[in-house]
Design a protein around this ligand. Structure first.
Ligand code: SF4
Length: 421
């Protein structure tokens, strides 16, 4: 695409001159992923701006009817350009495009419109997508970058899983975070040297990470077990969900958040679903091979976790699909689709029966596969205690937190009853 005034392209020369800004949607995973970009020669910064000022910036340039994640991430990007922390002339912005039927595929165009309105129309926008929606001559995801990116997600999931099970019980505050930080430094170093990416190396690292978390001194008291499911951005991004994880831990809960690899497999699996349901062969073969590869990574993780029974492990992707199919068809692939419902059921079955289901206000797919499935979940699981929380620019934190506290008070009551019986 030739450079034009409205849609400047990220060119090969910009690789040496520009910093690419990316909203931090996955704090644990992105802390590892930076090394993949650096290794490929890109300078990137993950943005953590938060607060009302960022939301107001988003609302100034994005219509308030747009999805909340769009308002927040575009707000963060434009706030960064206006903040004086970056020189807009040597800055590029990146957003991810899923390519599905959901509105997320339009965020890039919304951002460009907002940039023009804010007087930054000359700032290039890079679309990170794997469906060939947009191409940038200066930014290419090479097979090595893709592989390493996927592996950082795997490590991110694994570290998040163990951190979440240790942190609420640690006797010395900060111990679990220290293990995380140790492994962030170790893994980013390894990945930059093309290490830690073969199955054997991953397994070795997994064992060492689990041993480090298992060595943290804990006091295993009884706490409410809470799961978080929902729309991808508000599920993982601290700013998107008003620091939900921290709040729940503060309230005395143990929190389980299903990993991002599940979403990767769910997305890659769509090609096979289209073939099964509509006979569409395009993409079916890639879908099969890609899911098989990620499954191999998943199996490595599950195999190691077998040796550490003190840690709860997730079910495999095929099992998760089966659990979901009790309530919803695996052909439901808009937004987070059947995966959201399946994760809710999996959490309840694992004892994380207090579930916070988060979604942006007005998010159609997730209101169907999340909020819309709560009745079905309650019917199927007598002990389910599900609380659905909407996020939008006008939602008050106090209101959200009060609803979560109400859910937790029921959980505490149950714990007390069990203790007394
Ligand atoms: S999943 Fe929901 S919030 Fe995300 S783009 Fe789709 S409609 Fe918007």
């Amino acid at each position: 695409m030739a450079t034009n005034e409205l849609y400047p392209e990220f060119t090969a020369e910009m690789k040496n001159t520009h910093t690419i800004l990316i909203p931090n949607a996955l704090p644990v995973h992105f802390s590892l992923m930076g090394s993949v970009f650096k290794d490929a020669g890109y300078k990137v910064d993950f943005l953590n701006y938060s607060g009302q000022k960022v939301i107001d910036t988003g609302l100034k340039y994005v219509h308030n009817d747009a999805c909340y994640p769009a308002i927040v991430v575009i707000g963060q990007l434009i706030y960064a350009l206006e903040s004086g922390d970056y020189n807009p002339k040597t800055t590029a912005l990146m957003l991810y495009q899923t390519g599905g039927g959901c509105r997320a595929s339009n965020y890039v165009n919304m951002l460009r419109k907002a940039l023009n309105k804010a007087g930054f129309g000359y700032v290039p926008v890079v679309s990170l997508n794997f469906g060939g929606i947009e191409k940038n001559s200066g930014f290419k995801v090479t097979p090595m970058m893709f592989l390493k990116g996927l592996i950082t997600w795997l490590y991110g999931d694994y570290i998040m899983l163990l951190r979440n099970q240790v942190l609420p019980y640690e006797t010395k505050e900060g111990s679990a975070k220290a293990v995380m930080e140790k492994w962030r430094i170790e893994l980013t170093g390894q990945i930059r040297k093309n290490k830690g990416i073969t199955r054997r190396e991953i397994k070795k690292n997994f064992i060492a990470i689990a041993k480090d978390f298992a060595a943290v001194e804990i006091k295993k008291d009884v706490r409410p077990k809470v799961g978080i499911v929902g729309e991808l951005y508000v599920k993982y991004a601290d700013f998107g969900n008003d620091y939900l994880f921290d709040f729940l831990v503060e309230q005395g809960a143990e929190v389980m958040v299903p990993g991002i690899l599940g979403f990767a497999m769910y997305s890659l699996n769509i090609g096979m679903e289209s073939h099964r349901l509509y006979g569409d062969k395009k993409g079916a073969m890639f879908s099969r091979l890609a899911v098989a590869y990620v499954r191999m990574l998943e199996n490595t993780m599950l195999g190691v976790l077998e040796k550490f029974p003190q840690f709860e492990k997730p079910v495999s992707f095929p099992e998760l699909k089966k659990i979901g199919e009790r309530t919803i068809s695996s052909g439901v692939c808009m937004g987070e689709g059947w995966l959201l419902t399946a994760e809710m059921a999996e959490l309840i079955e694992k004892g994380y029966n207090n579930v916070v289901c988060v979604q942006p206000f007005g998010c159609l797919p997730n209101h169907i596969v999340g909020k819309g499935m709560i009745r079905g979940m309650n019917k199927q699981y007598q002990n389910a205690n599900i609380c659905s929380i909407d996020y939008d620019p006008g939602a008050t934190r106090v209101n959200q937190q009060n609803r979560i506290k109400l859910m937790l008070s029921l959980a505490w009551e149950e714990i007390l009853e069990e203790k007394c019986s």
